[in-house]
Design a binder for this molecule. Structure first.
Ligand SMILES: [Zn+2]
Length: 417
C-alpha cells in the first residue's frame, strides 16, 4: 500500500513472489506465551479504533494514488504526448531513431510521473508507517529503497515497452498474442530469477538455522515435493515491525520465506501453522495458476490496446499501418494497461482470497493447531494494526486476503476431519 507510481509493474515483477504472502505481522518483542487463552490476543476498543483509522488512511492514500496515476497518464496521453514527440523529432539524433526516441519519451513520462507522485509515496510509505509505529526505517533508508525500486521498475518497464513497440512495428496485427506469449515467458523467467537476483537487492535472506523448528517443518513438507532446504529467514525487521511469510520462486528457486519478525515472536505451533499455509500454496500450485491467469489478462489487455491505439493514431482516411504507429501513443498504451489492470484487480483479488481460504483450511487440517491458528491471527491483527473487519466493499475490490476476523471465524468453526 504505497504510492509508487509504477507500483503495478513492480508488483508484476514480484507477482510470483508476492502473490501468496500470508499478510501477517508481528512486533519484534519478547516472546509471549500463546496458550489456548487466545482472548488475550484480541484488540481492545482503542486498538480497534486505531486499526480502523490506519486502515482508512491507507485506503485514502491508495485511492488517491490510483487517481493521480490515471489523471496524470490521461493528460500526458491525450494532451502533451504529441507535442513532446514533435519536439523530440526536432533533435537530429532522435529524428530517425525510433527506438531511441521511444526510450527518451518513456524516460520523460516516467520522470514526470515520479515527480507528481513522490509526495504521496513518501507520505503513505514512510510518514504514515512511522505515525502508527510500524516502521523501523530512517527516512534515508526509505529513500534508498525507493530509489532502487524505481530504478529497477523503470529499467524493466522500459525494456517491456521497447519490446512491445518493436513487436507492433515488425509483426503488425499479430503483435498482441505474441506480446502475451512473450510476457508469459518473461514472467516465468523472472519467477525463477526473482528470489535469487531481485529479492536480495531489497532484503537479506539466509537459510533458516533453527533445528527444532526445521524438524517440525520437515514433517509438514514430507511428500509435498517442497524441500526443507528451501526454508529461508527473511530480514524484514530492518524495514518494518510487520511480519510476513511467503512462498516464492519457480522450479529450483521455489522456497518458503519466513520473516524474522515472525520468528522472534511466534510459538513453534504458530510457526508450523504459518508454514503449513505456505505449503498449501505450493501443494495447490497457486503460483502457476496465477501466472496462467496473468496470461489470460495480458492477452485481453493487449488486444484492447491494439484496438484503441490504432483508433487513436489513425487519420480520418483509414487505419494507420502498424509499422508507423507513432511514439506519442506510448502514454496512452500505459494508461490503457493501467485502467485495465485496475478493473480486473477485483477479479484477481476474489481468486486470491479463495486461494488464501484454501490454504488456511489446509494449514488447519495438516497441523490440527486450531488454537495456535486463532491466537497467531488475533495477535497479528492487534500488533499490525490490521482492521480485522474492514468494510466489505473494500475487501471485495482491493484486498487479496480475507479479513483476519473472517479467517479467525473460519478456524473457530473448523472441525478436523
Ligand atoms: Zn497465503
Amino acid at each position: 500500500m504505497d504510492g509508487d507510481p509504477y507500483g503495478h509493474l513492480i508488483e508484476a515483477v514480484f507477482a510470483p513472489i508476492r502473490s501468496v504472502p500470508l499478510n501477517e505481522s508481528a512486533e519484534p518483542r519478547p516472546t509471549e506465551p500463546s496458550g489456548p487463552n487466545h482472548q488475550a490476543q484480541e484488540m481492545t476498543p482503542e486498538q480497534l479504533a486505531e486499526a480502523k483509522r490506519y486502515g482508512r488512511q491507507g485506503l485514502v492514500c491508495d485511492l488517491a494514488d490510483r487517481a493521480v496515476d490515471i489523471v496524470y497518464l490521461g493528460i500526458m496521453a491525450l494532451v502533451l504526448a504529441p507535442t513532446i514527440d514533435a519536439w523530440l523529432r526536432g533533435w537530429p539524433l532522435l529524428a530517425d531513431r525510433w527506438t531511441l526516441r521511444l526510450a527518451v519519451m518513456y524516460l520523460i513520462v516516467f520522470g514526470a510521473h515520479l515527480a507528481v507522485s513522490f509526495p504521496l509515496s513518501l507520505y503513505s510509505g514512510h510518514v504514515l508507517e512511522h505515525r502508527y509505529g510500524l516502521s523501523n526505517q530512517t527516512c534515508g533508508a526509505w529513500l534508498w529503497r525507493y530509489a532502487k525500486r524505481m530504478t529497477l521498475g523503470a529499467a524493466l518497464e522500459l525494456a517491456m515497452y521497447v519490446g512491445l513497440f518493436w513487436l507492433i512495428w515488425t509483426t503488425g496485427s499479430y503483435w498482441w498474442p505474441l506480446a502475451a506469449g512473450a510476457s508469459f515467458l518473461v514472467t516465468v523467467l523472472l519467477g525463477q530469477l526473482a528470489p535469487v537476483l531481485i529479492l536480495p537487492l531489497f532484503y537479506h535472506t539466509e537459510r533458516l538455522d533453527y533445528p527444532e523448528l526445521l524438524a517440525r517443518l520437515g514433517k509438514l513438507a514430507e511428500g509435498t515435493g517442497l524441500s526443507i532446504e528451501g526454508v529461508y529467514r527473511l530480514d524484514l525487521s530492518e524495514e518494518t515491525v510487520k511480519g510476513n511469510a511467503m512462498l516464492v520462486g519457480l522450479g529450483r528457486t521455489r522456497r518458503v520465506l519466513l520473516g524474522d519478525t515472525l520468528l522472534g515472536q511466534y510459538s513453534l505451533d504458530e510457526l508450523e501453522v504459518i508454514f503449513a499455509h505456505e505449503i498449501g500454496h505450493h501443494v495447490f500450485r497457486h503460483i502457476w495458476k496465477l501466472i496462467l491467469l496473468g496470461l489470460v489478462y495480458s492477452t485481453v489487455g493487449f488486444w484492447i490496446c491494439d484496438r484503441l491505439l490504432v483508433l487513436w493514431a489513425s487519420p480520418a482516411s483509414g487505419p494507420i499501418p502498424y509499422a508507423q504507429l507513432p511514439i506519442y501513443t506510448l502514454p496512452l498504451f500505459m494508461l490503457i494497461l493501467r485502467v485495465f489492470f485496475n478493473l480486473v484487480e477485483p477479479i484477481q483479488n476474489t481468486i486470491s482470497r479463495h486461494y488464501e481460504r484454501q490454504c488456511d483450511r489446509y494449514a488447519l487440517e495438516q497441523t490440527g493447531h486450531k488454537e495456535a491458528f486463532i491466537s497467531a491471527f488475533l495477535r497479528l491483527s492487534r500488533l499490525n494494526k490490521d482492521d480485522p473487519d474492514p468494510p466489505w466493499l473494500e475487501t471485495a475490490l482491493l484486498h487479496s486476503h480475507p479479513p483476519i476476523g473472517r479467517r479467525v471465524a473460519m478456524a473457530e468453526a473448523f472441525d478436523r476431519p
